[in-house]
Design a binder for this molecule. Structure first.
Ligand code: GLO
Ligand code: MG
Length: 346
């Protein structure tokens, strides 16, 4: 199998999930954070992604000093294990103040909470030595259109991003678009929206994006084209590879599980743009199937990594010269079959 080459891999503690869904409770006993860290290392991953409260649990009740202390302690443990923190993301969808949205809540007190919480997230990122703040804008959208003023919400979002950019001049914001779930419609559903709103902020250079394969598919878009688009702007700063079977709930399936060819195309796009060469990570935002037994609890992550590396070999051994000859001859039927044969192997 190809060596990891320039690719570095990561996942988040939430990717070792316990199996709860809207229709049933957890089916696996929660594991400790230390166990998750140890598994990450053991299975060839290099970094962990963090929500602010993955790094410092129950942070809403804690003082700034206490938060900094706990974050520093975590950093020491990560250093001891040789694990980097890829990013920190403010969890802006759990707290009662985020019921009607965070930055775009109709209530000014709730909007202020969201901004304060984001500053705490930035402080934690600082302690963990990462400059990347990921913004999955879970509840920035509406259930019914008339409940919010979408025009004003764009201003609220820009105002929040500006406050973060002004609070710490060294951080970068990486917006993770998703078109729906939990909302009916989100205000930043695609990479185009993320990169457009970046232009309205006080420092567009520090506002980029994160592509999640499933989110692109839910928006009816092709994840590989989204990758090329973001890279054309130099703005793809993180990546959540996974898979999604059609337009339904967000599935976070293992990478390549549903559409191997699309996974191949996503890696081709990463390769041609040199993704990873500037230190970016390949993260797998995947979840185990609910039926998974505890002894197989890491398999969705190790399988995603394995599929990535096997497909990377397929990308690197693809006969580009013959492919280009077929493109020149506009023989897309033969090109199509060539890709299929290559993926099927001997
Ligand atoms: C959910 C998102 C979520 C984010 C994570 C990091 O659909 O993909 O898992 O990636 O909270 O911000
Ligand atoms: Mg994600």
């Amino acid at each position: 199998m190809a060596k990891a080459h320039s690719y570095k891999f990561c996942f988040g503690p939430w990717n070792i999930s316990e199996g709860q869904d809207p229709y049933g409770p957890p089916v696996r006993q929660p594991q400790t954070f230390d166990w998750k860290l140890a598994q990450l290392k053991k299975h060839g991953f290099d970094a962990m992604m963090f929500h602010d409260d993955d790094a410092v649990p129950n942070l809403d009740g804690k003082s700034a000093k206490q938060i900094a202390k706990e974050a520093r302690e975590l950093k020491k443990r990560l250093d001891g294990l040789g694990i980097a923190a890829e990013m920190v993301a403010p969890r802006l969808w759990f707290h009662p103040n985020t019921i009607d949205g965070a930055y775009t809540s109709n209530d000014p007190k709730c909007r202020a909470y969201a901004i304060e919480r984001s500053k705490v997230c930035i402080d934690i990122a600082h302690e963990l030595d990462t400059d990347l703040i990921v913004l999955w804008l879970a509840r920035e959208g509406s259930y019914i259109r008339e409940s919010k003023n979408a025009r004003r919400c764009v201003d609220y979002l820009v105002e929040a991003f500006d406050k973060m950019l002004g609070y710490d001049k060294s951080i970068r914001l990486s917006i993770e678009p998703k078109p729906n779930e939990p909302m009916d419609h989100a205000y930043i559903p695609t990479i185009g929206h993320a990169l457009a709103i970046a232009q309205l902020t006080r420092d567009p250079k520090r506002v980029g994006c994160l592509i999640e394969s499933a989110h692109a598919i839910l928006a009816g878009l092709d994840p590989a084209d989204e990758i090329d688009f973001a890279c054309a702007f130099g703005k793809l700063w993180s990546l959540h590879l996974n898979d999604q079977n059609g337009l339904k709930y967000d599935q976070d399936r293992p990478f390549g599980c549903t559409n191997l060819r699309s996974a191949f195309d996503q890696i081709r796009a990463l390769e041609r743009n040199g993704y990873g060469k500037r230190g970016e990570y390949v993260c797998f935002d995947v979840h185990p199937f609910r039926t998974t037994k505890e002894e197989h609890w890491l398999d969705h992550l190790t399988n995603s990594r394995r599929t990535f590396l096997r497909l990377l070999e397929k990308v690197r051994s693809f006969d580009e010269k013959s492919a280009q000859a077929l493109v020149a001859d506009r023989n897309y039927q033969a090109l199509d079959q060539m890709v299929i044969e290559h993926l099927m192997g001997k």
